[in-house]
Ligand binder design. Sequence first.
Ligand code: 5AD
Ligand code: SF4
Length: 331
Amino acid sequence: MRREDILDLLFNTPWHELRLRAAHVLESAKGFHVHVRGLVEFSSNCRRNCLYCGLRADNRRLQRYTLSRERILEAAAAAAAAGADTIVLQSGEYAVKPEWLARVIADIRSRSDLPVTLSVGEQPAAAYALWKEAGAVRYLLKHETADAKLYAALHPGHDLRQRIACLHTLASLGYECGSGFMVGLPGQRPESLADDILLARRLRVAMCGVGPFIPQAHTPLGKSVGGSAALTLRVMAVLRIALPWANIPATTALATVDAASGQRDGLLAGANVLMPGFTPSDVREDYCIYDNKNRVDLAAARQAIEGAGRRHALDMPHMANAPAPEAAARP
Ligand code: 5AD
Ligand code: SF4
């Protein structure tokens, strides 16, 4: 796929046409099933200072927390009982000791057969290897933006090459990798959205999450304008066409800028994954990546899936890992 073709889809194709194409690709490549991941935000500690994020180390207004091992296990068990098909453990970067997290992963694995996905940032290869050994099988590390200059400006002390090198390390260790990026970042050129899609395609990521940038008051970008739901949905539809194999979530950020129907519209634009939160309610507000974060709970996920006319396995927890019927039927 050429950059010009992607740009044409992104900016010149009527929405109804783009959405139909994405729906067609989704149906033939992934079927009607929507995967439900159980998200547990287990620590708000972070060593980095991403300009857009409320968890940045310099944000002293944030109440930091790390859940105890027992509380993480409880949250993971609740997600499994509810019918989630993966547990996603997310935190800031270098939030906890690698050995501690390895034990948590092993404990989750010993209590359920759900795959464990990690989303804990850039880490040494030895930590990635340790967690793989403990039983983690998937890793989410969004590239955030494919514009190297913008990446460097938004991530003091880090660069895009280092990020991509981490994704390669993860893949070589056998992780199923996910990436993703934001739409509407201050300074983001429209063309760089095409590069984001091309980068995800080149990396052949198994999952790619796109969300609008949302300002967070206590960050350097707190007064910037955020990304729109409409452009995010267009990007998701093009992403579906360009990466038919990928799992594409309707993100919480999308559900935040469009509280009424963001999740459902994301599914209609080509997404096939939702990630309701199972973070305990007493700390949920403290995981404040951006302002007014919408809580996507299980009921909202179910409603979005049914509203989009799609299928889930939420009432059959034991079936969550079985292949979706339509996928199984394909040769
Ligand atoms: N707006 C939208 N998404 C954000 N993220 C972090 N800060 C923001 C924000 N202000 C996303 C990034 C990161 C994930 C944890 O949350 O894509 O990878
Ligand atoms: Fe930390 Fe991730 Fe937020 Fe950056 S985006 S400050 S790495 S939690």
